[in-house]
Write a protein that binds this ligand. Structure first.
Ligand code: NAD
Length: 698
């Protein structure tokens, strides 16, 4: 057994067992590849060794490439994964892979290079590269169809979804499937191979003979082309598998490499890889070490059973965590519970939930009108009206009754969390947990860190976010935190375009073609226009004159609050959600332009995208400057998972990098120099600085 090496080697009679040991997932980075190659050479040179077992032990085989190496010199340094697989495949001594746990991506490609494979029944087999906008680039597209057939291979490669090993029992992929003890089983298998003098089987030698392959490939091409846009990888996966059928192995391998390299250089893959690393980075904070002790969260309370409180309660019970739900009246409580039940019934009708699951989930919610029900809660999340006086009452009472160490959280969208914390004698236990609507569906959770929030409260909430399957990003305290602060500028840019001559449908159309799930006016109609209106009135009352009347105010004054009133920036047929352009809206806007002395001009789609997206980027940069977000990629995660930013563009900040920060700064300067332009169009100093230094956000 060698020490210090990530590959251990022991001899058992004439079998060498090479065990990968590179935590956490046996990522096939250069260090591990080199160690495997060294141990392999040793075993091959050892005359006492007749066969080799390659394994990661009983927990994991390998989760694949080391993503951190992508795009660096290390990923192409010898031995590459392809070199290693070739060496294994060419070995004169039989090599048996012993597979348990994850055997994904490069891990599966490595196993397919071996001559035999023994797997634990529940091992997870997959090629997830497509999820990063790539294809398996070390022979996966050529060997898998040879081992499991074209249809199965295509499903795995194009979907990227892992499949339990037992599904491949009886295919050439797995020679033996066992319940447990996979390493022993593989050693026994290797002994039999030696005793029977069986020759090693090589996947590359298998010829695919399948009369249905071509029609199936044609079907896959049509289907994948229709559903995968704008991502190029899925269709190119089909192309690579087609090569496995029609071309000699080495040629198919060469073409696979070429496709891999071209996908690696594509902006779509860059965006997906960025998202992958950004989501992982977001859960780390420099001043909250990974070993920060966590508070135990078992009993959760939610205050308010309205839109957000109901959704938050669902997010918890969906994850198996019971919730006590408080309201001010039986009527409000019944209404809230009724909405939750109806939501679950919709899932039931769609077949996403069984009646038993529905009943279980409802039973996890304990409704109450009594604040004392929170006395033993480990975490209480408040989702009452967005008014400081109401928050004040709630937090004062919580402070009186909650047990020491309980985490007191607010779902406020924009109120000052530090003031909310000051209503208690334990500001260190107060935090913002800003969910997005609908809270049981939207993945984003902004965790708002108050000036005094304790590190273990933060760490506990980040851990909790994982339990309820949310992507958490930590934000500092400011008006709107990260997402809503940015969306305010974006909305303002859209509002200016509207005043200058564009229609709501033109602006929405341009941004939806850019890739956003919904343009700003459709989004506003869905969220309800009255919320923003109330906020503007509140600000105007606090600071008269700072809040000039807008077209949005005029729309609200006409009683148009969006979808819920059947009319907003669009009109809606009863019970439908399709926005229909409304001449009445055009009239309100035109009147506004006249009153403001504006002669409308023609505005291009490109200008709409530039103004709206660069407004986002600029505010994102200010958020970094103000240290509201820890890193640019956090801003991207917020925008991707909370605001429908197109994944193939990787978030506003990565988009700015892709366009070139100099281009962004030039455009912002142009907008800022127009007569009457607001000061916020001035490029943020961090943007100017990065541009001068020739650097990027990421
Ligand atoms: P809502 O009006 O739908 O629900 C608020 C509920 O709180 C009502 O049912 C009300 O009866 C109840 N309530 C009020 N005072 C209470 C008290 N003292 N004790 C117990 N219950 C009380 O509002 P909402 O949209 O769910 O918003 C709630 C909070 O979430 C606000 O702070 C809001 O800013 C924030 N928020 C809203 C959204 C959104 O999209 N609606 C998104 C994120 C955050």
């Amino acid at each position: 057994m060698s020490t210090n090496s990530p590959v251990g080697s022991i001899k058992l009679s004439s079998i060498a067992i090479l065990t990968m040991d590179q935590p956490p997932v046996n990522g096939l980075g250069l260090v591990l590849r080199t160690a495997i190659a060294v141990q392999l050479d040793r075993a091959l040179a050892d005359p006492e060794i007749d066969a080799i077992v390659l394994t990661g032990g009983e927990q994991i085989f390998s989760a694949g490439a080391d993503v951190r190496e992508f795009g660096t010199a290390k990923s192409s340094s010898a031995p590459t994964l392809s070199d290693l697989i070739s060496a294994i495949e060419a070995s004169p001594k039989p090599i048996v892979a012993a597979i348990a746990g994850n055997c994904l991506g490069g891990g599966l490609e490595l196993a397919m290079g071996c001559h035999f494979r023994v797997a634990q029944r529940d091992a997870s087999i997959g090629l997830p590269e497509v999820k990063l906008g790539l294809l398996p680039g070390a022979g996966g597209t050529q060997r898998l169809p040879r081992l499991v057939g074209v249809e199965s291979a295509l499903n795995i490669i194009v979907s990227g979804q892992p499949v339990p090993a037992q599904k491949f029992a009886g295919t050439a992929l797995l020679d033996e499937v066992v319940e447990s003890g996979v390493v022993d089983a593989a050693v026994a298998f290797a002994c039999r191979v030696v005793a029977e003098k069986r020759a090693g089987k090589r996947a590359r030698d298998i010829k695919i003979v399948d009369p249905l392959a071509e029609p199936f490939l044609q079907f896959a091409r049509t289907n994948v082309e229709a559903t995968s846009r704008p991502f190029p990888a899925p269709l190119r996966c089909v192309e690579a598998v087609a090569n496995a059928v029609s071309k000699p192995f080495d040629e198919g391998l060469k073409l696979e490499r070429e496709i891999f390299m071209s996908l690696m250089a594509s902006p779509e893959s860059r965006a997906l890889r960025h998202i992958f690393t950004a989501e992982r980075a977001a859960s780390k904070l420099a001043d909250v070490p990974a070993d920060t002790p966590l508070r135990d969260i078992r009993r959760v309370g939610v205050i308010g059973a309205g839109t957000m409180g109901g959704g938050i309660a669902m997010a918890f019970v969906d994850a198996g965590i019971a919730v006590v739900l408080l309201e001010t009246s039986q009527e409000a409580l019944d209404r809230g519970l009724g909405t939750i039940r109806r939501n679950y019934e919709t899932s039931l009708k769609k077949g996403k939930l069984t009646q038993v699951q529905l009943d279980e989930r409802m039973a996890r919610i304990a409704p109450t009108l009594d604040f004392m029900a929170f006395a033993e809660a480990d975490l209480v999340i408040e989702a009452v009206f967005e008014e400081m006086s109401v928050k004040h009452d709630v937090f004062k009472r919580l402070d009186e009754i909650a047990k020491p160490g309980a985490i007191l959280a607010s779902n406020t969208s924009a109120l000052d969390l530090n003031r909310i914390a000051s209503f208690t004698k334990r500001p260190q236990d107060v935090i913002g947990l800003h969910f997005f609507s609908p809270a049981n569906v939207m993945r984003l959770l902004e965790i708002v860190r108050g000036a005094q929030t304790a590190p273990d409260v933060l760490a506990t909430c980040m851990n909790l976010a994982k339990r309820i399957r949310k992507v958490a990003v930590v934000a500092g305290v400011c008006d709107g935190f990260i997402g809503n602060r940015m969306v305010a500028r974006y909305g303002a840019a859209a509002g200016q375009l509207l005043m200058q001559g564009a229609s709501p449908q033109q602006i929405d159309g341009a941004l939806q073609r850019f890739g956003l799930a919904m343009g700003p006016f459709r989004m506003a109609d869905m969220a309800g226009l009255d919320i923003g209106w109330a906020a503007r009135k509140r600000r105007a009352a606090e600071d008269p004159g700072a809040q000039p009347r807008t077209a949005a105010d005029a729309i609200c004054e006409a009683g148009r609050f969006g979808q819920k009133t059947g009319a907003g920036w669009y009109r809606y047929e009863p019970g439908k959600r399709d926005p229909i352009p409304d001449p009445a809206v055009d009239e309100i806007i035109e009147q506004f332009r006249r009153e403001s002395g504006i002669t409308p001009r023609k505005i291009s789609d490109q200008e709409i995208v530039e103004r709206c997206i660069y407004a986002l980027v600029n505010e994102g940069a200010r958020i970094l400057e103000d240290e509201i977000a820890a890193r640019a990629s956090d801003v991207d995660v917020v925008y991707l998972s909370g605001y429908g930013f197109p994944r193939h563009r990787g978030g506003p900040m990565l988009y700015a990098d892709t366009m070139g920060l100099a281009t962004v700064v030039r455009a912002l300067k142009r907008f800022a120099s127009e007569p009457g332009a607001e000061a916020w169009w001035q490029p943020a100093s961090v943007l100017v600085k990065l541009t001068q230094e020739g650097r990027t956000f990421n």
